[in-house]
Design a protein around this ligand. Structure first.
Ligand SMILES: *[C@@H]1O[C@H](CO)[C@@H](O)[C@H](O)[C@H]1NC(C)=O
Ligand SMILES: *[C@@H]1O[C@H](CO)[C@@H](O)[C@H](O)[C@H]1NC(C)=O
Ligand SMILES: *[C@@H]1O[C@H](CO)[C@@H](O)[C@H](O)[C@H]1NC(C)=O
Length: 929
C-alpha cells in the first residue's frame, strides 16, 4: 500500500506522442554514418591491408595467431584481405568511389590457395557471399565504361580519390575473375562435406582439405547456413555440387529434430546431438532459422518454407516466454530453461527474421528487449542473464544483429521510433568505439574498455545496416535477400527452378499474404485520426523496459507479481495465446465417450482429399485425424497448418463434412464474437478546469490534460463497448463507446469515510451535478454493498450513461485475507449478473454500460477532484496495440471467411479464438439423413 501512495506522484504524466524525425535530420545521420564507414575503410586500407583485419588501437595489421587454438582469430583469417572482401558489397552503396579499386585489388591479389585451417561457415558467409554479391553487382553494370561511371554514382571529384582521373571506369572486366574466385573458394570448402551424414566438418584447410584428427563437433548454425551462397554459386557456375551438399546438410540437421521440432545446438558430423542439449535462437543456432526463411524467399522453394514455419512454431511454442518478449534457450529434453540462463547478442537477429517471416507483432516485442539492453549499456553486451537481469559476458565487438533488426522493423512499420534507436546507436558507436584509424571492440560495455580488434562485420554489416536505416534504399524485392553477413544476393529469374507438378498442385489456392502493420492509433476508430501512439506509446513498452532494468529502477515496485506501475498508468504483464498445438477430431464412441481412436498417420483419400479445383482440403472421415493448428500472424485466431502429413498453405481451407461431426460442433448462425465488447479496454482519464462545460466536447486532449491510462474490464451485461459505427444513432448511450469523446465522471462523496458504493443514490441533484455544464456523465462507485446489476440500475435511474466500478482497497499489512468469493480478488474482474442475458433485469440496462477498474484509479481521481478542484473525464480506447486483444471486435467486419458461408456451416472455436480456415459443414442440417 505504501508503494501505491508513492506512485501517485508520478501518475500525472502524459502519454508519449510520436516524436517524428525530420527528413533533414535523417539525412544528416545518413551522411554521418557514411563518413564513419569511410573512416573505417580508409583506416583499414592505410594501416592493415593486405592483412585480414585492422588493429584499431595500435593502427596496424592483425595477422593469424601462431597459436592454432586461437580460433577466435584463426577461423576467419585466411590471408585473403578478409576485411576488404567483406566490405566489397557495401562500397557501391556507401563509398562508391572506392569500389573500382577494391574490386581490382581483390581480383588481382586475392588467392585462396592458402595453407590455413578456417571455418567453413565464416569463409562462406564473409568471403563467398561477398564475391557472389559483387559478381552480381558487376554483372548488372552496363558494358560501356563511361556508363558504368554514371551507374556507380561516381562523380569526377570522387574518382580523384581512387580510380582514375577520367570519367570512365571499367570495373566490369573483373566480373569473370570474381566468379572464378568464388568457384575456387567453394571447391576448397567441399572436402568438409565428406562425412557419413553430409553434415560438414566445422573447419577445413583451404589447401589440404580436412586434416587428420579434425574435430567432428559442429554447430547447427555453422552446418545449416550455407544454403544461400552455395545455391547461388551452383546456379551461376552450373556446378550443382554446392547446392546439393548444402541442401542435404540442412535436411540432415532437420531430420534429427526432436518430437517438438526442436534442434540442438551442437552436433557431431556422425549425426548425434552433443551435450548439453540446449535449443534456442542464439549463438550456434541463429542462422539455421534465418536461412530457412531466406532460402524460401530466394529459391522460391517450399521445402525451406515448410521447415522454417515448422521450426518457427516450435520457437514460438517452447523458446518464447509466455509474455511474448524473451526467447531463451531451453533444455531439449526437459523443455525448461536452465537456471541461470542467458540470452545473447546474436539472438538480436530474431526480430529481423520475424519481419521477413511476416510476424511483425512478435518482432516489435522481441526488439524492445534488445533495445532496452542497448539503452542500459550504451552498447549490446554479448550475453545477459535474463532471470537475474545481469550481464554475463560484457564484451561488444561491434555486432550488427540489433542494428539489422532495427532496420527491418523500420522498413516494416515506418515508425520513427526506430530512427531514434538508430540515432542512439550511431552516437554510441562514435563515442565508444571510434579510434584514430578505425573502430575498436569493447571489452567491457560497463567500463568502455577497448580491445585492439576490428571485426570485418563492423563495416560490412553494422555500419551498412545503420546506413540503410537512414537511407531511402528500397527494400530488396522478390528472390533477393541479405545473407547473414549482410551481402545482398539475388536469384535471377532464369535460374529459378520451377516447382514440380505435384508441388504446384499442392499450392493451388495458396494466397500468401503478410499482415500489414497498422500504426497504433487511439482515440479514434478511423486510422488517420486520433492520437498516434507509435511503439513508445504501446501499453507494453514499459513492460519491456522493466524486463531489463527491473521494476525497481523506475522508482516503483511490483505489487503482486503480475502488475507493475510505470509512469503512465498501469502496466499488465502481457500474455500470448498458445502459438501451436494439435487437435484430434474424433467421432463420439457411444459405449466409451472417452475413447480416442488410434491416430491415422497417413490418411488416404478416403479420409482427406485435396479439391483440385480450389486447392482446399476436404475431410470426409475424421477418425484418427490429427490437425496441427497455428496462431495467425494477423492476430485473428488460428489456422490449420497440417492434417497429418498434408500441409495446408495460407489461403487454402479445410472443409469438414463428416456426418459424425453433426451435433458435436458449435455451428453458430451469426459470427461468434460479433457484438461482444472486448474483455478489456484502455481507459484514459483527463482533467479539466472546474468551469469546463461537458456539452459537446469535440475530442480529447484539446482542453484537458491527460492524467493517466488504465486498463478496464467490461461487464458481461449492459451495453456493448464496440467501436461506434456510422449507423448508430446519436443517442446518449452511443457516447459511452470506444473512441467517441471524453465523458465527465461523477464521484459521489464517501460514506463514513469508507466507500462510495452507489447502492442508494436517489437523484443526480444529490451529487451536485450542474446540468448546464454536463449533458452526460458516468458514475464512479466502489465495489460492494449491492450487486453490480443494482449499481447499474441506480445509475440509470439518476440519468448516468454508465458506471465505472473500482475494486476494493487492497488489504492493509497484517489484515487477514478474506475468504475467496468475497470480492477481494486483486486485479481486474469482469462484472457479471446472475441472470440470463434475456432476463428483464438485464434487458433493462441494455442502454447503460459498466466498466471495472482497480481501486487505486478511483483514489487518484478522487484526489484530483477533491484536492485540486478539477473535473475529470473518461475516454474509452481499444487496446489496439497488438494481436492478442485487437481482432475480436473487428475481425468479422472485413473478413471474407463469413461471406458466402452457408447455413449449417461453422467455425471451430479454440477458447475465444476461431480456427479461421476450418469450415465445418453439416450437410444434413442437423437432421438424420
Ligand atoms: C599470404 O598470401 C600471399 C599471396 O596471396 C602469399 O604470398 C603469402 O606468403 C601469404 N602469407 C602467409 C603468411 O601465408
Ligand atoms: C468404443 O470404445 C470401446 C471401449 O474402449 C471399444 O472397445 C470399441 O471398439 C470402441 N468403438 C469404436 C467404434 O471405436
Ligand atoms: C471523516 O473524516 C473527516 C476528516 O478526516 C472527519 O472530520 C469526519 O468526522 C469523518 N466522518 C466520519 C463519519 O467518520
Amino acid at each position: 500500500m505504501r508503494r501505491i501512495y508513492a506512485a501517485w506522484l508520478i501518475l500525472l504524466l502524459h502519454l508519449p506522442g510520436v516524436w517524428c524525425m525530420s527528413e533533414q535530420r535523417r539525412e544528416e545521420l545518413r551522411v554521418e554514418t557514411a563518413s564513419l564507414f569511410k573512416h573505417g575503410y580508409e583506416g583499414y586500407m592505410k594501416y592493415a591491408y593486405p592483412a585480414d583485419e585492422l588493429r584499431p588501437l595500435s593502427c596496424g595489421p592483425l595477422h593469424r595467431d601462431p597459436d592454432p587454438n586461437n580460433i577466435g582469430i584463426n577461423d576467419i583469417h585466411a590471408n585473403v584481405s578478409m576485411t576488404l572482401l567483406d566490405v566489397l558489397s557495401s562500397l557501391p552503396l556507401i563509398h562508391p568511389s572506392a569500389f573500382p579499386k577494391a574490386v581490382q585489388l581483390v581480383a588481382e591479389k586475392v588467392s585462396f590457395d592458402q595453407d590455413v585451417k578456417v571455418q567453413v561457415f565464416e569463409l562462406t558467409i564473409r568471403a563467398l557471399g561477398a564475391l557472389l554479391s559483387t559478381y552480381q553487382t558487376l554483372d548488372d553494370l552496363p558494358d560501356d565504361p563511361s556508363e558504368q561511371f554514371t551507374a556507380l554514382g561516381l562523380s569526377d571529384e570522387g574518382s580523384l580519390l581512387s580510380w582514375s582521373k577520367k570519367s570512365t571506369v571499367d570495373v566490369k572486366q573483373y566480373k569473370g575473375r570474381i566468379l572464378e574466385l568464388a568457384h575456387d573458394l567453394g571447391k576448397r570448402l567441399l572436402p568438409a562435406f565428406d562425412t557419413i551424414t553430409g553434415i560438414p566438418y566445422a573447419r577445413v584447410n583451404l589447401k589440404y582439405g580436412v586434416l587428420k584428427g579434425e574435430s567432428i563437433e559442429t554447430c547447427t548454425a555453422g552446418a545449416g547456413s550455407l544454403l544461400l551462397e552455395f545455391a547461388l554459386l551452383s546456379r551461376l557456375t552450373n556446378d550443382d555440387r554446392f547446392e546439393r551438399l548444402a541442401h542435404s546438410a540442412y535436411l540432415a540437421l532437420w531430420n534429427r529434430r526432436s518430437a517438438q521440432n526442436l534442434l540442438g545446438n551442437t552436433i557431431g558430423t556422425h549425426g548425434h546431438w552433443l551435450a548439453p542439449g540446449m535449443s534456442g535462437v542464439g549463438a550456434g543456432m541463429d542462422s539455421f532459422f534465418e536461412y530457412g526463411v531466406k532460402a524460401g524467399v530466394m529459391l522460391d522453394d517450399d521445402t525451406y518454407n515448410d521447415i522454417f514455419y515448422d521450426s518457427y512454431a516450435a520457437i514460438q511454442t517452447y523458446i518464447r516466454t509466455n509474455d511474448g518478449f524473451i526467447y531463451r534457450p531451453i533444455q531439449t529434453r526437459l523443455l525448461q530453461p536452465a537456471n541461470p540462463s542467458t540470452i545473447d547478442s546474436l539472438s538480436a537477429f530474431l526480430p529481423a527474421m520475424q519481419v521477413l517471416a511476416g510476424d511483425v507483432v512478435s518482432a516489435i516485442k522481441s526488439h524492445l528487449v534488445f533495445w532496452n539492453l542497448w539503452r542500459k549499456h550504451d552498447a549490446m553486451p554479448e550475453s545477459w542473464l535474463w532471470q537475474e537481469r545481469k550481464t554475463e559476458w560484457t564484451g561488444y565487438p561491434g555486432r550488427p544483429e540489433f542494428i539489422e533488426s532495427t532496420y527491418y522493423l523500420y522498413q516494416a512499420t515506418k515508425d520513427p521510433f526506430y530512427l531514434r534507436v538508430g540515432e542512439k546507436i550511431l552516437s554510441d558507436l562514435k563515442k565508444r568505439t571510434k579510434t584514430k584509424c578505425g573502430f575498436a571492440t569493447l571489452k567491457n560495455v560497463m567500463t568502455g574498455e577497448q580491445e585492439d580488434r576490428m571485426e570485418s562485420f563492423m563495416l560490412s554489416e553494422s555500419l551498412k545496416y545503420l546506413y540503410l536505416l537512414f537511407a531511402d534504399t528500397p527494400f530488396p524485392n522478390s528472390n533477393t535477400v541479405f545473407t547473414t553477413e549482410g551481402h545482398p544476393l539475388r536469384m535471377p529469374k532464369d535460374l529459378l527452378k520451377a516447382p514440380s507438378t505435384p508441388r504446384r498442385a499442392m499450392r493451388k489456392g495458396e494466397n500468401p499474404t503478410c499482415p500489414v502493420y497498422r500504426f497504433v492509433t487511439v482515440g479514434s476508430t478511423i486510422p488517420s485520426q486520433g492520437i498516434i501512439v507509435g511503439i513508445e506509446g504501446r501499453e507494453d513498452y514499459d513492460y519491456a523496459r522493466s524486463l531489463i532494468y527491473g521494476w525497481d529502477a523506475t522508482g516503483v515496485d511490483i505489487e503482486d507479481g503480475r502488475r507493475i506501475w510505470y509512469d503512465g498508468g498501469i502496466c499488465k504483464v502481457p500474455s500470448e495465446p498458445k502459438f501451436a498445438f494439435e487437435i484430434v477430431l474424433s467421432p463420439l464412441n457411444v459405449t466409451d465417450p472417452t475413447a480416442v481412436p488410434p491416430e491415422d498417420p497417413s490418411p488416404g483419400p478416403s479420409k482427406v482429399e485435396q479439391d483440385l479445383a480450389t486447392g482446399d482440403y476436404v475431410i470426409s472421415d475424421i477418425e484418427g485425424l490429427r490437425l496441427g493448428v497455428r496462431w495467425r500472424f494477423d492476430g485473428r485466431g488460428y489456422d490449420v497448418a497440417n492434417i497429418g502429413p498434408h500441409r495446408i498453405r495460407q489461403g487454402q481451407n479445410v472443409i469438414v463434412q463428416d456426418p459424425a461431426m453433426r451435433g458435436h460442433l458449435p455451428i453458430p448462425s451469426t459470427p461468434p464474437v460479433d457484438s461482444h465488447s472486448p474483455p478489456e479496454l484502455l481507459l484514459r482519464f483527463i482533467s479539466y478546469p472546474a468551469s469546463t462545460a461537458f456539452v459537446n466536447i469535440p475530442s480529447s486532449g484539446t482542453q484537458g490534460q491527460i492524467l493517466l491510462h488504465a486498463v478496464g474490464a467490461t461487464a458481461t451485461f449492459g451495453i456493448d463497448f464496440v467501436p461506434i459505427s456510422t449507423k448508430d444513432s446519436a443517442s446518449s448511450s452511443s457516447l459511452w463507446r470506444i473512441g467517441v469523446r471524453p465523458i465527465r465522471l461523477i464521484i459521489p462523496p464517501k460514506v463514513d469515510n469508507q466507500s462510495y458504493q452507489g447502492c442508494a443514490i436517489k437523484s443526480s441533484e444529490y451529487l451536485g451535478i450542474n446540468h448546464e455544464l454536463t449533458d452526460s456523465f458516468v458514475l464512479v462507485v466502489s465495489r460492494g454493498g449491492c450487486t453490480f446489476l443494482e449499481k447499474l440500475e441506480v445509475a440509470k435511474k439518476i440519468g448516468a450513461i454508465g458506471v465505472l466500478v473500482v475494486g476494493h482497497a487492497p488489504l492493509a499489512e497484517g489484515e487477514p485475507v478474506p475468504p475467496e468469493g468475497q470480492g477481494f480478488e486483486e486485479g481486474l474482474i469482469r462484472p457479471s449478473a446472475e441472470f440470463e442475458e434475456s432476463h428483464p433485469k438485464n434487458q433493462a440496462v441494455r442502454d447503460v454500460g459498466m466498466i471495472y477498474t482497480e481501486w487505486v484509479i478511483g483514489e487518484v481521481l478522487r484526489r484530483i477532484v477533491e484536492e485540486e478542484n478539477k473535473l475529470v473525464a473518461i475516454e474509452i480506447l481499444s487496446i489496439d496495440a497488438d494481436a492478442g486483444a485487437r481482432a475480436e471486435s473487428d475481425y468479422h467486419k472485413d473478413d471474407s471467411s463469413w461471406k458466402g458461408r452457408e447455413k449449417n456451416e461453422g467455425l471451430l472455436m479454440v477458447g475465444q479464438w476461431p480456427i479461421m480456415n476450418l469450415r465445418v459443414i453439416d450437410r444434413y442440417g442437423g437432421k438424420p439423413p
